[in-house]
Design a protein around this ligand. Structure first.
Ligand SMILES: CC(C)(COP(=O)(O)OP(=O)(O)OC[C@H]1O[C@@H](n2cnc3c(N)ncnc32)[C@H](O)[C@@H]1OP(=O)(O)O)[C@@H](O)C(=O)NCCC(=O)NCCS
Length: 162
């Protein structure tokens, strides 16, 4: 079974290595790690809340990045849900490591961590929004138990009970 480890970023070298992970040209609209770090900084400065940012490692090699925030469902457009939710805001596997089961293993780790620890507080749902044309990601989330629940602007909204 393929394994992925989630680790918070602790050193400049780890930050730089994760900054260098890239997606395929046609996936650039879905993920950019420098933008994710900028978003994490802005989230902390503006919202005053710390997002969770994880490097994802396979055999100690950095292969991807995940970022999770905790907020009110309505503030993220999930109007049909109540209370606070976790949002998987960013999730990527480097182009050189895609298609090997790492995304699936990493998502299982993320879901397991949120379910077991609720590290930012209590919540009933883990949510994600996905571009409708991003079929690999939609399939990945669907296979992990996420259920589609309409659209926000143009994105498909998906949720998973915690
Ligand atoms: C989506 C992403 C994380 C998948 O990572 P990955 O390591 O390639 O995925 P895996 O190899 O673990 O495959 C997991 C599942 O994803 C789906 N999938 C992956 N690649 C796919 C493709 N090219 N076409 C259709 N489905 C695909 C499949 O359901 C697959 O499960 P299966 O093999 O059991 O059918 C990766 O493609 C990525 O980083 N994309 C760019 C960033 C992005 O779109 N992030 C999501 C933003 S919401």
């Amino acid at each position: 079974m393929i394994t992925v480890e989630l680790k918070p970023i602790k050193t400049v070298d780890e930050y730089l290595a994760l900054s260098n992970l890239k997606v395929h040209e046609e996936q650039k609209g879905f993920s950019n790690n420098l933008e994710s770090f900028a978003d994490a900084f802005a989230w902390l400065e503006i919202m005053g809340d710390k997002p969770l940012v994880f490097g994802m490692y396979h055999d100690n090699i950095p292969v991807g990045l995940a970022m999770i925030v905790y907020e009110r469902a309505q503030d993220h457009g999930f109007d049909k849900l109540d209370g606070p939710i976790y949002v998987l805001w960013r999730f990527m596997i480097d182009k050189n490591h895609q298609g090997k089961g790492l995304g699936k293993a990493a998502l299982a780790q993320v879901v397991g961590l949120i379910k077991a620890k609720k590290p930012l507080g209590e919540a009933g749902w883990l949510c994600v929004t996905v571009a409708p044309e991003n079929h690999p990601a939609r399939k990945l989330y669907e296979n992990a138990g996420f259920v589609e629940m309409g659209t926000a602007e143009t994105d498909v909204m998906m949720h998973l009970a915690l």
